[in-house]
Design a protein around this ligand. Structure first.
Ligand code: ADP
Length: 422
C-alpha cells in the first residue's frame, strides 16, 4: 500500500498519541506520574515541533492543540511542584512531630521535629519498620489499631527514652480509594504544659498551707482568750504576743507573694541608675546590727569602696538584705560573713560567704524554688517564708544576671549573683 505524506503524518500522530498513552498508564502503574508527565511533555515538544514546521491545515490544528496541551501540562507540573514545596515548608516548620507510615508499618516520611524527639536522623527512619527504629510498643500498638480499624485515635503517653517526656499522640488513618493505606501520627510535646500545671497546683497547695498554719494558731489563741484566758493575768499577754508573731508572719508572707507576682508579671519595669554598691551594703549591715550583735557575729564588707553598678537600687537592696539576712540566720554562734566581688569580663560577681550550717548537696539544685526549705521548722521559727531566694533569683534575672550557690554541709555557703556591667 502506498502511503502518501498526509497519511504518513497522520499515522505518525496516532502512533505518538498511543505512545504517550502507554507512558501514562505505565507511569501511573509505577506510581511516578511526574516522571510520566515529564517524558510525555518532552516527546510532545519533539513531535509537535517537527509536525508544526512540515504541515498545514489539519496538521497545523493538531500541532496547535498539542502545543496547548503541552503548555497546560507544564503549568500543571509547576502547580504541583509549588504545592509540594508549600507542604514541605509547612511540615518542616511544625513544632509537632509528623510520622507517616504505610500499611505494613514502614515509615514513609517524617519531619525534622521527629528527628529531635527521638534523636534519630531522617535517613535512619524513613523506609524502616516503625518498631525497629522507634522502640516504643505503645505508639506501635496505636499504629496497628489505626491500620486495623481505620479510626482516629488520640492518647497521652510518657516516653522514657531518649529523655522522659510527655506526648499527646494523634493517629489518623490514611485512605486510598476507600481502603486504609497508612497512618499519620501527629506528636505534640506536652512536657512543659504538664510541668507548669503541676507547678501551679503545688504553688496553690503551698500558699494555702503556709496561710493556714498561722491562721489556725491565731484562731486557737483567740478562742482560748475568749473562753476565759483573757482574765488569766499570767498568760493573756503571752498569748497576745504569739498571735502578734503569727500576724507578722502572715503579713510577710502576703508581702513576699505580692513581690513575686509583681516580679513575674512582664510589665515589671526596672528603674536602673548608677549607684555605689559598697555604700548600699554598709546600709544593709547597719540595719542588721541588732541581729549581728545578738549572735556575736563578725561581718566584713570587702567590696571595693568605689564599686558602682547600673541597676534598680531598691531591688538590689532587697537582694542584699535577703542574702545577708540568710547568712546571719543560718550561721553558727560567733560565725563570720564576708561580702566581696570578682570582676568578670562583662559582669561583676558579688559573693556572700558564711561559716554557717551549709546546705546538703541534694538540696542545692532546688534551693531557689518557691517555698523550698532545707529545714522547714527552723526556717519558720526564724520567721522565714521560703520565698526569699526565689525573689532574689527573679530580681537578678530581670537585670540579666545569674544566681548560684556553692555550699558544704556543716562548713558554710557562698551565695553569689552577677550583674552586667552595662
Ligand atoms: P527563708 O529564709 O524564708 O526560709 P529563703 O528562700 O531565703 O527562705 O531560703 C530558702 C532556704 O534555703 C532556707 O530555708 C534555708 O534552708 C536555705 N538557705 C538559705 N540561705 C542559706 C544559708 N546562707 N545557709 C544555709 N542555708 C540557707
Amino acid at each position: 500500500m502506498k502511503i502518501n505524506s498526509y497519511n504518513f503524518r497522520l499515522m505518525l500522530i496516532f502512533s505518538y498519541i498511543i505512545i504517550i498513552s502507554i507512558i501514562f498508564v505505565f507511569s501511573t502503574f509505577l506510581n511516578n506520574v511526574l516522571l510520566g508527565l515529564f517524558i510525555a511533555l518532552a516527546l510532545s515538544f519533539i513531535f509537535v515541533y517537527k509536525i508544526s514546521i512540515n504541515s498545514r491545515n489539519e496538521l497545523d490544528k493538531i500541532a496547535y492543540t498539542l502545543n496547548k496541551m503541552a503548555k497546560k501540562l507544564e503549568d500543571k507540573i509547576n502547580e504541583i511542584e509549588i504545592k509540594n514545596q508549600h507542604l514541605v515548608a509547612i511540615l518542616e516548620s511544625m513544632v509537632e512531630g509528623i510520622i507517616v507510615v504505610d500499611k505494613t508499618s514502614h515509615i514513609v516520611s517524617v519531619n525534622p521535629t521527629v528527628e529531635n524527639i527521638f534523636n534519630i536522623s531522617k535517613k535512619n527512619l524513613e523506609g524502616k519498620i516503625f518498631l525497629e527504629v522507634i522502640r516504643n510498643n505503645d505508639i506501635s500498638d496505636i499504629i496497628s489499631a489505626v491500620l486495623k480499624k481505620g479510626e482516629f485515635t488520640s492518647c497521652e503517653l510518657t516516653l522514657m527514652w531518649p529523655v522522659q517526656k510527655i506526648f499527646q499522640i494523634n493517629a489518623s488513618p490514611v485512605f486510598e480509594k476507600g481502603i486504609v493505606s497508612g497512618c499519620l501520627l501527629v506528636i505534640h510535646d506536652m512536657t512543659e504544659i504538664r510541668k507548669l500545671e503541676t507547678m501551679r497546683r503545688d504553688f496553690v497547695a503551698n500558699v494555702s498551707h503556709e496561710l493556714k498554719t498561722p491562721l489556725t494558731s491565731i484562731k486557737g489563741f483567740l478562742e482560748t482568750l475568749l473562753e476565759g484566758a483573757l482574765d488569766d493575768k499570767e498568760n493573756n499577754r503571752r498569748f497576745l504576743i504569739i498571735m502578734q508573731n503569727h500576724t507578722e508572719r502572715l503579713n510577710k508572707l502576703v508581702d513576699d507573694l505580692l513581690s513575686l507576682s509583681h516580679l513575674e508579671s512582664k510589665e515589671m519595669l526596672l528603674r536602673k541608675k548608677l549607684f555605689n554598691l559598697y555604700q548600699q551594703v554598709v546600709k544593709v549591715i547597719t540595719n542588721c546590727g541588732t541581729q549581728l550583735k545578738k549572735r556575736d557575729m563578725e561581718i566584713r564588707n570587702e567590696l571595693p569602696i568605689n564599686l558602682s553598678v547600673n541597676a534598680d537600687k531598691d531591688k538590689i537592696e532587697g537582694v542584699m538584705t535577703n542574702l545577708i539576712d540568710n547568712a546571719i540566720k543560718f550561721n553558727k554562734e560567733k560565725g563570720a560573713i564576708r561580702i566581696y566581688s570578682q570582676d568578670q569580663n562583662d559582669n561583676i560577681k558579688i559573693i556572700i560567704e558564711d561559716t554557717g550550717v551549709g546546705i546538703p548537696e541534694k538540696d542545692i539544685p532546688r534551693i531557689f524554688e518557691r517555698f523550698y526549705r532545707v529545714d522547714k521548722a527552723r526556717s519558720t521559727e526564724l520567721g522565714g517564708t521560703g520565698l526569699g531566694l526565689s525573689i532574689v533569683k527573679h530580681i537578678v534575672e530581670l537585670h540579666g544576671g545569674e544566681v548560684g550557690v556553692e555550699s558544704v554541709e556543716g562548713l558554710g555557703s557562698k551565695f553569689w549573683f552577677t550583674l552586667p556591667k552595662q
